[in-house]
Design a protein around this ligand. Structure first.
Ligand code: A2P
Length: 274
């Protein structure tokens, strides 16, 4: 398992598991058990996913020791604000049956109580309830705004990233700031998994298209949290012990289309849903 050292010294696995994965034929516990058996030790959840109770029950009965795995959750839009965020943290940790998180993120950039939310995360960090704090779906202008008042630099920005939306400009800015780029939906949910250029590369290396995509992200120092409800694909997504050539990396970079699978952060944050 490859790790990356975050800007505060905390070690985070480069490949984690998106815990909102599902399989019609398996229970939630069976999906999660397959993920643990496959070797995942980073579990990514969010208040918004509505799965924290189930995940907490699973983890409590899994036999894993708490410090054997890295647990990420996110403050939902509705939970933002100073007091709300502190309460949200209590709810989240109670549901997950833990007294700390490894990483706590602001799920979407919403400006109203935004600084207050961050101040609450800084408090939780300084008091030792969370090992690292960060953001999700933050673009450069959101980060710039945050940094006018932040006293702790975010450790991670978790953003939509895949070959059709590779985020190379924001990636450069995150590197400059020392913030770790982590990709959600690294496989792009669908279309990109049929891409003929990726299919050609995958065939030459004797791996799947998904493995090529994940390896490409890791070689760009992008951490990933693929999800799959299928045990064989879960295992495949961890089998990334091969090296793409510079030429193949450039071929995949060139697939950029600026095509998101979800709305842009500035559209999403106005929606009640979030
Ligand atoms: P499934 O659960 O049937 O494996 P993302 O994490 O980028 O949002 O992608 C999730 C989607 O990608 C799911 O639909 C998942 O389907 C599919 N998926 C995950 N891993 C693989 C893989 N190795 N090959 C093909 N599809 C995959």
């Amino acid at each position: 398992m490859e790790f990356v050292t975050l800007n505060n010294g905390v070690e985070m696995p480069m490949v984690g598991f998106g815990t909102d994965a599902a399989n019609d034929a398996l229970s939630y516990g069976e999906v999660m058990d397959a993920a643990v058996q496959a070797g995942y030790r980073l579990f990514d959840t969010a208040a918004m996913y509505g799965n924290q109770n189930e995940l907490g029950d699973f983890l409590a009965g899994s036999g894993l020791k708490r410090d054997d795995y890295f647990l990420t959750s996110k403050v939902a839009q509705k939970e933002q604000g100073y007091e709300n965020t502190l309460q949200a943290f209590k709810n989240t940790t109670a549901a997950l049956q833990t007294d700390y998180l490894d990483l706590y993120l602001v799920h979407w950039p919403k400006f109203d109580p935004f600084f207050e939310t961050w101040r609450a995360l800084e408090h939780l960090y300084k008091e030792g309830y969370v090992r690292a704090i960060g953001v999700s779906n933050f673009e450069a202008h959101h980060l710039d705004r945050l940094l006018t008042k932040a006293t702790v630099m975010p450790a991670v920005d978790q953003i939509e990233t895949h070959p059709y939306f590779n985020q190379h400009v924001l990636h450069g800015y995150l590197e400059e700031l020392g913030i770790q780029h982590q990709a959600w939906s690294p496989l792009g949910r669908g279309a990109v998994l049929q891409d003929p250029v990726l299919a050609g590369i995958a065939e030459r290396y004797g791996v799947s298209i998904a493995q090529v995509i994940l390896r490409w992200q890791i070689q760009h120092n992008v951490a990933v949290i693929p999800k799959s409800g299928n045990p064989a694909r879960m295992a495949q997504n961890l089998a990334l012990d091969f090296q793409l050539t510079t030429t193949d990396m450039a071929r995949i970079d060139a697939l950029q289309r600026g095509e998101r699978i979800m709305g842009a952060p500035d559209q999403n944050y106005t929606e009640d849903l979030w």
